[in-house]
Design a protein around this ligand. Structure first.
Ligand code: DQQ
Length: 594
């Protein structure tokens, strides 16, 4: 009762007007234009060490953003990342490549940064790039360097000692920059983030680089025999005319990879293309990572999307929440493709400076293509389950309209929760209005957890205070469109913190489900203090959120509930939850341990 009576977001106003459409909120700009880093930060009135995550990837201190290269090499996983070794802010010119290693993708040891800005081709920062393992097994890295005149170029480094499985030291090649922004019409300050290389049928290496040309946003294609001297192919891998498309600008952090419909085995991009293979082109644009599914036409050396949608707002997203600049890699150890992204803080910069760190990487996820060939699916790597402890289980629950079932027995700040919701009837589904696809966030604001529906909202209330002043809700609603059912998944942060100056939107995304065949909708949520990652419908919609509840910092205790607020009863055939133990993530001075 508390939950519903206190939740005022009823679509007719309430807190919806406070739900900004983009994270660029005026009180807390996360703009990169701050230089130099402040020496004596103004200490904000609230900062708590309890917001630091226990099992997500982050360095001991300071700023991180994009994952730059995940790689499995000689028995070791490597994560390279955008890192500011000096402070907890993104500062133009300070950005280096941080480096951590792991044997299980859960526990990490931080090594020393591998690429630092120290020459004309990267003096304004060593920005995002990718690692590639060459045919002889030797790794190389291509990265974007910012040069003084705001010009972006691509540089190459290779390991000093390839027999060192930790790849501790890297050397910049004397030929840098290996790629210059010399394309006609190219904006020299919008030319970055080279992909991992792949070999084409002619035996030559290829990479794509994001670029903004006069009226185009493009994945420019380059070819090379030796990874050192590169020639631009006269057509891009894929491009779009910016004047024809709505809500799109330069594609950052491109990723191009092969996937097999309905098969979660990963594919090595340089291996021969199997029959039935599809390709995914991922771009980071605006505030989201979006993707297109299509085929790689080898004759034309071009990506051809299965469907052309001019309005970028309708493109599918890797994650519908706080998740950007993701990068995938083929894990040759387990034959899977893994992706992970950067989740930035949603607090104020002054808080970040005071707490001394900002940014995390999401839990690595296995990624593959749904059997319908249209949508990517993601699931946290199995290794993360090694942190599960104190399992609790419930079977055969029934949630009627207005019911809340409290989930006790696990640490509600560090948990892994898996619930199956079974629909007792699908007749009560409300009609689907396709215009909500343009703005699911707005729809989540208007149709919050307190707004009764036909089927749903039902889901999970987490990080809830005793009187429900604070709570975060992850929930579903079911709609009927002509022949199919559309499921809306929301991660509603509007009441996640009683503190001001946090970015607290209601994130949302839709997925299709054949409810005539399968009546169950699954929800898995990983809670890790200020990070909440949710996977709906078996990984069809993923939403990462950052939350800063006072219950975590001040009270140290919160509640968690499964709930239903739709007219149709929802069964819960299986609910499992675990406390998640703390992982050893980049414990200070890790490099002395190896
Ligand atoms: N971050 C990097 C850029 C990239 C952007 C700079 C995306 O290379 O385009 O830190 O977050």
């Amino acid at each position: 009762n508390l939950f519903f009576s206190n939740s005022s977001s009823n679509g007719s106003g309430g807190r919806c007007s406070l739900c900004p459409q983009s994270p660029e909120v005026s009180f807390c700009p996360l703009s990169p234009e701050i230089s130099p880093c402040p020496q004596s930060p103004e200490v904000p009135y609230i900062v708590s060490t309890r917001y630091r995550t226990a099992y997500h990837f982050q360095p001991p201190r300071n700023w991180i953003n994009d994952p730059c290269g995940l790689m499995y090499y000689k028995g070791i996983y490597h994560n390279f990342y955008q890192y500011n070794p000096h402070c907890a802010l993104w500062c133009w010119g300070d950005i280096t490549w941080g480096h951590s290693v792991s044997t299980d993708l859960v526990n990490w040891i931080q090594l020393e940064p591998v690429i630092e800005p120290d020459n004309p081709s990267d003096i304004d920062g060593c920005w995002t790039g990718s690692a590639t393992i060459l045919s002889g097994g030797q790794p190389v890295i291509l990265y974007t360097g910012g040069s003084r005149d705001k010009c972006q170029v691509q540089n190459l480094v290779h390991p000093k000692n390839p027999s060192d499985p930790y790849l501790r030291e890297w050397t910049k090649t004397g030929n840098n920059p290996v790629i210059q922004p010399v394309v006609p019409g190219l904006n020299r300050s919008q030319f970055r983030d080279p992909t991992t290389g792949w070999i084409g049928p002619d035996g030559l290496w290829r990479i794509a680089v994001g670029a903004e040309l006069k009226s185009y946003t493009a994945a420019l294609l380059y070819k090379s025999e030796d990874f050192l001297s590169w020639t631009r192919v006269d057509h891009p891998l894929y491009s779009q005319n910016l004047s024809n498309i709505v809500e799109c600008n330069m594609w950052e952090c491109l990723d191009f990879f092969a996937v097999l419909p309905g098969n979660n085995t990963g594919l090595d991009m340089s291996a021969a293309i199997l029959r039935g293979t599809k390709h995914a082109l991922k771009m980071s644009v605006g505030y989201f990572d979006k993707y297109l599914i299509g085929v790689y036409d080898l004759k034309r050396d071009a990506f051809v999307p299965d469907t052309i949608v001019d309005d970028c707002r309708l493109w599918l997203k890797i994650d519908y929440g706080n998740f950007y600049a993701s990068k995938s890699f083929f894990d040759s150890k387990k034959g899977r493709r893994i992706i992970w992204g950067w989740s930035k803080e949603a607090d104020c910069r002054s808080d970040d400076v005071a707490k001394g760190w900002a940014g995390i990487h999401t839990i690595p996820r296995t990624i593959w293509l749904d059997s319908n060939g249209k949508q990517l699916l993601q699931w946290p790597v199995d290794e993360i389950e090694s942190l599960r402890t104190n399992e609790i289980n419930h079977q055969g629950l029934e949630l009627n309209k207005g019911d809340m079932f409290e989930i006790n027995g696990v640490d509600t700040f560090q948990a892994d929760v898996e619930i199956y919701f079974e629909l007792t009837s699908i007749n009560a589904a409300e009609p689907f209005n396709s215009s909500s696809l343009l703005d699911p966030e707005k729809h989540c604001c208007e149709a919050g957890a307190s707004v009764h529906g036909g089927i749903g909202p039902f889901g999970l209330v987490i990080l809830a205070s005793n009187n429900m002043d604070e709570h975060t809700v992850v929930h579903f609603r079911v709609y009927k469109s002509q022949q199919k059912y559309m499921i809306l998944m929301c991660s509603d942060l509007r009441r996640s913190s009683i503190r001001p100056s946090r970015y607290t939107p209601a994130y949302g995304g839709f997925f299709e489900l054949d409810l005539a065949k399968e009546r169950k909708i699954s929800l898995r949520t990983l809670i890790d203090r200020s990070a909440v990652e949710s996977f709906g419908g078996g990984g069809r919609v993923c939403i990462t959120s950052r939350v800063y509840p006072a219950v975590l910092a001040d009270v140290g205790r919160a509640h968690m509930y499964a709930f239903n607020n739709g007219s149709a009863t929802v069964r819960v055939p299986q609910l499992s939850a675990w406390t998640m133990r703390k992982a050893q993530v980049n414990v200070e001075k890790g490099w002395s341990a190896i």
